[in-house]
Design a protein around this ligand. Structure first.
Ligand SMILES: CC(C)(COP(=O)(O)OP(=O)(O)OC[C@H]1O[C@@H](n2cnc3c(N)ncnc32)[C@H](O)[C@@H]1OP(=O)(O)O)[C@@H](O)C(=O)NCCC(=O)NCCS
Length: 174
């Protein structure tokens, strides 16, 4: 990876979000306009990877969530309460200038390690993401995520069991 900082919580007073451009304007606008208020309202925490000059190079938003057990795949639902506790990786975006350099993967790896820590303190069975579109689904599957409905190629709802995270992180370490 290029010379970037380690993942840290978004500091609206310090991090420069004004020029952030991932190519997905809805994700860019969310970072600029809604990340701060979601933090203040305790509805989403935003993690960033920044340049040494505090320009945001990538961000991910996290929140607790719950999966409807009746609609969950067997691996998620098995011997679990209803709803099934989970962590939502709600948004992920990388500044275009830094795309393809492993920054997105590094931020997800950090989020997965965070999920393991959270799971120890307040159990969560899985990490769930809503992929932006079917094209990005392959990007998540490469990290071990599974579609909720694998037979439907248009399904963009994905999950990774917390018990599978270690294997994903080991794979990235190779
Ligand atoms: C999708 C996104 C987050 C990826 O982040 P990134 O930092 O560019 O990705 P990385 O550099 O970590 O990963 C690149 C790897 O993924 C692979 N890859 C890229 N697209 C892929 C796809 N659709 N399916 C499978 N693999 C894919 C690349 O070949 C590369 O593999 P390699 O490391 O073996 O060479 C980023 O491109 C982005 O912000 N896109 C716009 C917003 C968006 O789509 N967000 C997703 C929200 S769900």
């Amino acid at each position: 990876m290029t010379d970037l900082r380690r993942p840290e919580l978004l500091d609206p007073a310090r991090h420069d979000r004004s020029r952030f451009d991932s190519g997905e304007s809805a994700l860019d606008e969310w970072l600029r306009r809604f990340a701060g208020q979601n933090r203040r309202r305790d509805t989403a925490a935003t993690w960033v990877i920044a340049t040494p000059e505090d320009r945001v190079a990538a961000y991910a938003s996290l929140a607790m969530t719950a999966i409807d057990r009746s609609a969950a795949p067997r691996k998620v639902a098995k011997q679990a309460p209803d709803p099934v506790p989970a962590l939502l990786l709600g948004r992920l975006a990388v500044y275009k200038d830094f795309a393809g350099l492993g920054v997105g993967t590094a931020l997800v790896a950090y989020v997965l390690a965070t999920a393991v820590e959270l799971n120890a303190k307040a159990a969560c069975r899985a990490v769930v993401v809503a992929a932006l579109d079917a094209r990005v689904r392959g990007w998540w599957e490469r990290l071990g995520f599974h579609a909720f409905h694998p037979d439907d190629p248009t399904d963009t709802d994905l999950y990774l069991l917390t018990s599978e995270i270690e294997a994903t992180l080991r794979g990235l370490g190779d």
